[in-house]
Design a binder for this molecule. Structure first.
Ligand SMILES: CCCSCc1cc(N)cc2c(=O)[nH]c(N)nc12
Ligand SMILES: [Zn+2]
Length: 370
């Protein structure tokens, strides 16, 4: 069954410690969740992802609906079996990806018609279809079907979109029957505080087991995200998990935790790793830079990952210079471990009542001049 235990709330911020219990295992929060869009965390085996300390991974309804399709995954016995991952999985509902990836889409009250970004074929996803897909996937946490409006959008557009997302959430709740899956509602409302309040109150009245804050990390300045988030978490239940969608850089994670967020995800760490950019305790490092040509120190001397324990910056630079696949893998191992370890350290700082001090120390070393 699904359960959330709130263990501690910080004295000097809204940061909190918690534990989520799912049929595939427990999750300590605050947590960063690696994204495995098409049933794989790119370049990693499930064992490697587990060794990094990942407690849960994400996957995508939109992508898996298009390829390999639900028929294959159903015959495989669900997504856990299909991808050989036996810990918790969270799946997004497909709305965000339809709007960000597909062509000539048409939104109606019923759902969204769109053309596949793979072969251009006509497709349709509604709240009910999204729930059916996630039921077939068998993920532990599933998301309500929503619209993530573009940034910036007019007040009128956001109002209409948010109210439709609320009506879609009601349909998701009515259609969802699997007891062993937790359906999270997604709060929308753009950057408008009054609309965020309406969305949150309407969804909280539907009594979901957890809530996501959607419609952020869509290109808005960090200051605006912080303001909207600070406001929105005031209307979210204390005793249920709070998930900020699409966030995965150190500063965004710190700011989100400080404002009462428990869960976050992002493709950023794995995506920039494949381009040769790594996060280190001293800030971001672009490994192809000539200054690392004869630098035989690890990517990050303070990092405990396999890459930092066995390879040098010079070697990593070489791998990226000659397009060796091992470079993508070693950089991914490092970036994922960096964020997972950062969240372990953040949890420790909340436990020990020094979260804000930890945050300012980290910001100074990382080179954030905030
Ligand atoms: C696997 C990817 C999960 S997070 C994707 C995402 C990211 C961001 N930034 C916003 C949203 C949103 O508003 N709604 C939904 N369903 N998803 C969003
Ligand atoms: Zn490392």
């Amino acid at each position: 069954m699904f359960k959330f235990e709130l263990q501690k709330t910080a004295k000097d911020s809204k940061a909190r410690l918690g534990k989520i219990i799912t049929p595939h295992g427990e999750i300590e929060t605050p947590i960063f969740m690696p994204v495995g869009t098409r049933a794989t965390v790119k370049t990693m085996t499930p064992e490697e992802v587990k060794d990094l300390g990942a407690q849960i991974i994400l996957s995508n309804t939109y992508h898996l609906f298009l390829k390999p399709g639900m028929d294959i995954i159903e015959k495989a016995g669900g997504l856990h079996k299909f991808m050989n991952w036996d810990k918790p999985i969270l799946t997004d509902s497909g709305g965000f990806q339809v709007f960000s990836l597909s062509g000539n889409r048409k939104i109606t009250e019923e759902g969204v018609e769109f053309r596949s970004h793979i072969d251009g074929s006509k497709k349709f996803i509604s709240p009910e279809v999204s729930i059916d897909i996630q039921n077939t996937l068998g993920s532990d946490i599933i998301m309500a079907f929503d619209e993530c409006a573009p940034y910036p959008s007019s007040y009128e557009y956001i109002y209409d979109s948010m109210m439709r997302t609320t009506r879609w959430a009601e349909r998701c709740k009515a259609h969802h029957t699997r007891e062993d899956q937790a359906l999270f509602g997604i709060i929308q409302g753009g950057m408008y505080k009054d609309l965020r309040e309406i969305s949150a109150k309407d969804l909280v009245s539907m009594d979901f087991p957890g809530y996501a804050v959607g419609g952020l990390s869509v290109g808005e300045p960090l200051e605006i995200m912080n303001e909207v988030l600070d406001h929105t978490t005031e209307f979210m239940p204390q005793n249920k998990p709070r998930y900020l969608m699409g966030v995965g850089s150190p500063d965004y994670l710190f700011e989100a935790v400080e404002r009462g967020i428990d869960m976050a995800d992002c493709v950023l760490p794995t995506r920039i790793a494949r381009n040769g950019t790594v996060m280190t305790s001293q800030g971001k490092l672009v490994i192809k830079n000539a200054k690392y040509k004869e630098d035989f120190s690890p990517l990050d001397p303070e990092c405990d990952c396999y890459t930092c324990r066995n390879y040098s910056r010079a070697y990593m630079r070489h791998l990226f210079n000659v397009d060796e696949i091992l470079g993508l893998r070693l950089a991914t191992i490092h970036n994922l471990r960096f964020l997972i370890k950062l969240m372990e350290d953040i949890r420790e700082s909340i436990r020990g009542d020094y979260f804000l001090e930890f945050k300012s120390d980290f910001y100074r070393k990382y080179g954030y001049n905030k």
